[in-house]
Design a binder for this molecule. Structure first.
Ligand SMILES: [Zn+2]
Length: 223
């Protein structure tokens, strides 16, 4: 048996096709909403409450700091107080019957918030490897979806320092074998540009603006 999920993905820019009184008619068949970052909290809360569907998000480099330490010291409103944002940070969340690994932030280019060096991100992912490998052995894939803000190095990324992707994401995709690697961060000024590329069995999708994906999941997959 296969389970079918329709997922609305958003990133980087408030999309007037989504931020609209027609949202329920346009996206009537949506089961889950994913945000790949750089979006206002109010926009995400609008989508989740209007569609009345769960939302999972990661922080982008233009979002408020995602680190628990910064959140405390700067008295940011905690995610507990804004449950509609469903934010995840280097962790796996189960939602609507699928597993999602959240990877926030972009490459470090001006010491801003939610920016990491390529070496730091590589170490962070190496630390997660034991858990990911056990899950792959058990379920055939580590997670169903990787939700990141930044693209992998060399896939949909830009040539400038701010839009270079993370090199570790390239091998992470091969190891974790998710159905989808969802990201934003790279703006598409020509909406005809290539948004999706297959790496092994994984579709890497730049969801700038909005994108609707369909996930067909085997029942035994990534629990
Ligand atoms: Zn960004």
């Amino acid at each position: 048996m296969k389970k079918k999920l329709r997922i609305l993905c958003v990133a980087d820019e408030v999309d007037l096709l989504v931020y609209s009184s027609q949202i329920n008619e346009r996206f009537a068949d949506i089961d889950l909403v994913l945000s790949a970052g750089d979006l206002p909290d109010e926009y995400l809360e609008f989508i989740a409450s209007m569609l009345n569907r769960p939302l999972v998000s990661v922080a982008g480099n233009h979002d408020r700091s995602d680190s628990p330490r910064d959140r405390e010291s700067l008295r940011y409103i905690s995610d507990q107080q804004r449950p509609g944002l469903g934010r995840i940070r280097f962790s796996i969340k189960k939602e609507s019957g699928i597993s999602i690994l959240g990877l926030p932030g972009s490459i470090r280019y001006n010491n801003g918030q939610n920016q990491y060096s390529d070496a730091w991100m590589t170490c962070k992912i190496i630390c997660m490897l034991p858990r990911l490998l056990i899950r792959r052995l058990l379920f055939g894939r580590s997670v169903d979806i990787i939700l990141a803000h930044s693209p992998p190095r060399g896939i949909h990324d830009g040539g400038d320092p701010a839009h270079t992707g993370f090199s570790a994401y390239r091998w992470l995709i091969r190891v974790a074998k998710p159905y989808y690697f969802i990201h934003g961060h790279v703006h598409l000024y020509d909406l005809q540009s290539l948004r999706e590329l297959n790496v092994g069995d994984t579709a890497v999708v730049n969801v700038y603006g909005h994108s609707v994906i369909t996930l067909l999941k085997e029942d035994r997959d990534a629990g």
